[in-house]
Design a protein around this ligand. Structure first.
Ligand code: GDP
Ligand code: IMO
Ligand code: MG
Length: 423
């Protein structure tokens, strides 16, 4: 038995989907434990591109079990849309390979309306959310007014609780001066979705513990990234869940002592979607990557902000996630550069700083300290063995590993499953 957590070490979109897909070969159960369909995980295999939002990437492998854990907020309408899209691409999804925790909270149409209304009200100070209703759904959960997936199996209770919540949230929408959620239409749609999803609803915590007892291997597929974590991220420019390794335990019911390994995924550079401080942001790198057709969001299609690799962030992420290993993706994104900069520390108001400060304002005021590396100026995409990487690329990776404080286990040199090197 070996249970592994995969987390993002940056602001999301590190390539977790690709790494999880790669690691799934030797895994029996893949679990999502946090976030919702704000996530967009890209997996390219056999020339086909799959985008997963709520469904664990393990669904692309035959014979693997996938669990949407209790820590996830699940949009029933979004999930059905995703299931249909994947089925259209030839993926088998049924209650035997996709289970939804009874205690996962539902994302409902009023959450989306509240998310959009709040962002509009914030104006220039907006978070830049994905507009999927994630913040309001977690707010309902914490405020003890949420509806949970178990209700999908109890249509009468679902209908009455849903009506009460629609009426409750419509008061807020009315005071914000935005369109109300249509009660009849919403109840009809959600009841129809419940009929489709009810066979997938189960006590997934018991299932996971039985799997552990049977010696099965589990992989926890992180969503978002360390700096979008509600506690450890660049608050308030974060998402509303625990995206770090601890969240895998609370979001699944699998205790910490059953976890064997944590793999932190980071790009060879940095990206961020949405608002908030970004110390190493660099428009020239963004232009270069966007001109290559890269770094557009998998969920919203927004152009991602880009910059140099910030090892202050990666080092701190290794520490708080307890990462044993680093998976470095998108090394090939740096192929064309003469010089590559690596941020090793910050200065804040003239003083050196080796970890991110507590406030977004202070992080925005941090000045990066860079060291420069010579670029390898070579197309890496066809390389099949780590040993065959150019010496300059290996030197860059070794330095990243040294600064981050974790060994590198995997290196991505292209988006396909087979473009992954074992270090
Ligand atoms: P996730 O949310 O962490 O799963 O990451 P996304 O799928 O949102 O974004 C990562 C992007 O990088 C996707 O377009 C992937 O196909 C792509 N990708 C992942 N690893 C590599 C790599 O090593 N090289 C290249 N060129 N693309 C990669
Ligand atoms: P994956 O799993 C990148 C960002 C949004 C916004 C902030 C809050 O693909 O890495 P939310 O809709 O969650 O309330 O938005 O978080 N965000 C992500 N950025 N990748 C993600 O997921 C993200 N999920 C949320 O852009 O800045
Ligand atoms: Mg993504």
């Amino acid at each position: 038995m070996s249970n592994t957590i995969v987390v993002g070490a940056q602001w999301g979109d590190e390539g977790k989907g690709k790494i999880v897909d790669y690691l799934t070969e030797n895994i029996d159960v893949v679990v999502r434990a946090a976030g919702g369909n704000n996530a967009g995980h890209t997996v390219i295999n056999g020339g086909t591109k799959y985008i997963l939002h709520l469904i664990p990437s393990g669904i692309l492998w035959a014979g693997k079990k996938c669990v949407i854990g209790n820590g996830v907020v699940m949009d029933p309408l979004g999930l059905i849309e995703e299931m249909n899209k994947l089925r259209g691409q030839g993926v088998t999804i049924d209650p035997s390979n996709l289970m939804i925790s009874e205690t996962a909270h539902l994302v409902l149409p009023y959450h989306k309306a509240l998310d959009l209304a709040r962002e509009a009200r914030l104006g220039d100070a907006k978070i830049g959310t994905t507009g999927r209703g994630i913040g309001p759904a977690y707010a309902d959960k914490v405020e003890r007014g949420g509806l949970r997936a178990v209700l999908l199996t109890k249509p009468e209770t679902l209908a009455s609780e849903l009506r009460a919540r629609i009426q409750w949230h419509n008061q807020t929408l009315a005071s914000a001066g935005v369109a109300l959620v249509d009660e009849e239409e919403t109840v009809t749609k959600i009841l129809a979705a419940a009929e489709i999803l009810a066979p997938h609803v189960a006590n997934t915590t018991v299932f996971l513990h039985e799997a552990v007892r049977a010696g099965k291997n589990m992989l926890f597929e992180g969503a978002q990234g360390t700096y979008l974590d509600i506690d450890h991220g660049t608050y308030p420019f974060v998402t509303s869940s625990s995206t770090t390794s601890g969240g895998a335990c609370t979001g699944s019911g699998v205790p910490p002592r059953m976890i064997d390994k944590v793999v932190a995924v980071t790009k060879a550079y940095t990206t961020r979607v949405g608002s908030g401080p970004f110390v190493t942001e660099n428009d020239a790198i963004g232009d270069m990557l966007h001109n290559m057709g890269r770094e557009f969001g998998a969920t919203t299609g927004r152009a991602r902000r880009c910059g140099w690799l910030d090892t202050v962030l990666v080092r701190y992420a290794v520490m708080i996630n307890g990462a044993d290993e680093l998976a470095i993706t998108n090394l090939d994104g740096l192929d064309g550069l003469d010089t590559i900069k690596l941020c090793t520390s910050y200065t804040l108001h003239g003083k050196p700083l080796n970890h991110p400060p507590a406030t977004a304002t202070d992080l925005a005021d941090c000045v990066p300290v860079y060291e420069e590396h010579k670029g390898w100026k070579q197309d890496l995409s066809g390389i099949t063995r780590y040993e065959d990487l150019p010496a300059l690329a290996k030197a860059y990776l070794n330095r990243v590993s040294e600064l981050a404080g974790a060994r590198i286990s995997l290196v991505g040199i292209g988006p396909s499953r087979d473009q992954t090197l074992i270090a």
